[in-house]
Design a protein around this ligand. Sequence first.
Ligand code: IP8
Length: 276
Amino acid sequence: MIKKVYDVKKSKEIIILKLGGGLITDKNKPFSLREEVIENSVHQIIRSKKKVIVIHGGGSFGHPTAQEYQINKGKDPSIANQIYGLTKTHDVMVKLNSIIIEKFLKQNVASLSIQTSSIFVKDSSKDLFSCNFEPIIRCLSLGIIPVIYGDIVFDLQGDFSILSGDKIILLLCQYLKEFFISKVIFAVEVEGIFIYNKDMDIIELAEEIKCSKLDSLPLANLDKKIDVTGGIKGKLDNIHSICKLGIPVQLINGKDEEKIYKCLINKEVKGTSITI
Ligand code: IP8
């Protein structure tokens, strides 16, 4: 009996992998790409043969555009060309997304762009999102790798905002009940989460963090790059909520040749593990 439950879990197992925007682009230079990092990440995902949902961030594409038109402020007629900027923000994300999709297709692997702003709708009056998960479920069932991205999102109250890749992951973890999400991996441009060790007066990599300790971390990597979705603090809030659902989270350096692959196949890698 127990074995049967385990098998069902195994056969429906998926891993969510986020390719951070700061990993696949250089956030210091608008519209700059790290093509070789994208190619290598895609190669590792394919090599792992795991069922994966890929999410990617906005990096030097989405964030500067969203910031220019202050999309996160919501609808504000005093902001010049804001509605145009809303569509422009979506468009640059589509362009970044299609670059990733092409890398999969070039290696003869089926992957499909899932348009975030078409499947998610926000209702700010209830602080809720509704989502049509069906395209994601169909992709996974057919062996297609769905690739989803941080994007603009419409609001039932007539407004709009930005839905970050991290929040998409949380929503999938909360509501995608058809699959067993065994872990969430954040591939970023650094080794993981760095903290300040007061006793030794040094900054060090936090290799293991208990979920309950996430709120009180003496964070050291508070970078100042453009980020309209909350930077490292926003990320930790989402990670905290994901862990509270009982899903382990790992942060690894996606620039490394093999870390994404190793992490996907559950080999030990240096990085930050958030334990439940
Ligand atoms: O980089 C933001 O997604 P994130 C997407 O995952 C946009 O926070 C459009 C800025």
